[in-house]
Write a protein that binds this ligand. Structure first.
Ligand code: NAP
Length: 265
């Protein structure tokens, strides 16, 4: 197999949740550009109209679905709609997610539920629905759960978010063990710091950006295109013997970098 064939997704179908903006939109477009047909989703169907047209302009199929991953009924309805429209889903990107950034003492019961139910419970039940309906019968699947640096590091103000991402990592290992016998791989793609609507306010703070940049060994926050290669690797045949793994795409910030220590003579 040539290097290019290893990431050619022609003829495959990818379901990406949370595609109305940000990383999810980029993930979906990257998969379409590599040849995949798409199923895309948002809680607001209208927000997918332009994106769907752009994907169809590439000559790919694109099925937009309304989906709220906090609702079991919504997950089941979306997967049933997918089942009525396509005969396979080869790739699932569990991207839909949210965050509430507050000091732990200010986190409410509702804040916790919003974040953990969306990021962790939603990803689990979308994965099981897609696996049950499509991947297990086909004996093939690539599931990519979106994680974060908080899979491995703690940040003040991110307690529910960090709990959901730590949970995603453990859930991924468990599903990888469970579903390897069905030919399904399950991995975490964990972005570092990327500017999207979820964290735009932080990037408006020059001091914070400077502080952050100093701690990233590669010397800059992430750009969307930095995620393309790792995504295509995990989505494709090239990663066929990789499962249950965490792939951090973070410029190295998770190594715990601070300033270089003074030299010892
Ligand atoms: N940006 C970063 O630096 C970064 C770093 C690490 C991980 N992540 C993770 O990557 C994913 C995308 O992040 P982003 O920065 O692109 O965020 P974003 O711009 O806020 O986009 C979030 C997406 O998730 C969808 N979503 C939110 N709640 C949902 C729900 N209950 N049901 C279904 N869809 C829902 C939104 O769709 P609708 O509002 O249209 O429904 C939207 O498309 C998230 O899981 C995030 O935690 C981001």
């Amino acid at each position: 197999m040539s290097h290019n064939a290893a990431i050619d997704l022609t003829g495959q179908t990818a379901f990406v949740s949370g595609t109305s903006r940000g990383l999810g939109e980029r993930f979906a477009m990257t998969l379409a550009q590599a040849g995949a047909d798409l199923i895309v989703s948002s809680r607001t169907l209208a927000s997918l109209k332009d994106f769907t047209a752009r994907v169809q302009d590439l000559g790919r199929q694109c099925l937009p679905l309304e989906l709220d991953v906090r609702s079991k009924e919504s997950i089941d309805a979306a997967v049933a709609q997918a089942k009525a429209a396509v005969n396979k889903v080869d790739i699932l990107v569990n991207n839909a997610g949210c965050n509430v950034r507050k000091p732990a003492l200010e986190i409410t019961w509702e804040d916790w539920n919003t974040v953990v139910d969306t990021n962790l419970r939603g990803s689990f039940f979308l994965a099981t629905a897609v696996a049950r309906e499509f991947m297990v019968p086909a004996g093939y699947g690539r599931i990519i759960n979106i994680g974060s640096v908080t899979c491995v590091a703690g940040y003040a103000g991110l307690a529910p978010y960090g709990a959901s991402r730590g949970g995603i990592r453990q859930m991924t290992m468990s599903l990888a063990h469970d579903w390897g016998r069905f030919g399904i791989t399950v991995n975490v793609l964990a972005p570092g710091w990327f500017k999207t609507s979820q964290n735009r306010v932080m990037y408006e703070d020059a001091g914070w950006v400077e502080y952050l940049t100093e701690r990233i060994p590669l010397g800059r926050p992430g750009a969307m295109e930095d995620l393309e290669g790792p995504l295509l690797f995990l989505a494709s045949e090239g990663s066929r013997y990789v499962t249950g793994q965490l792939l951090l795409v973070d410029g190295g910030i998770s190594v715990g970098a601070t300033r270089a220590l003074p030299a010892k003579k």
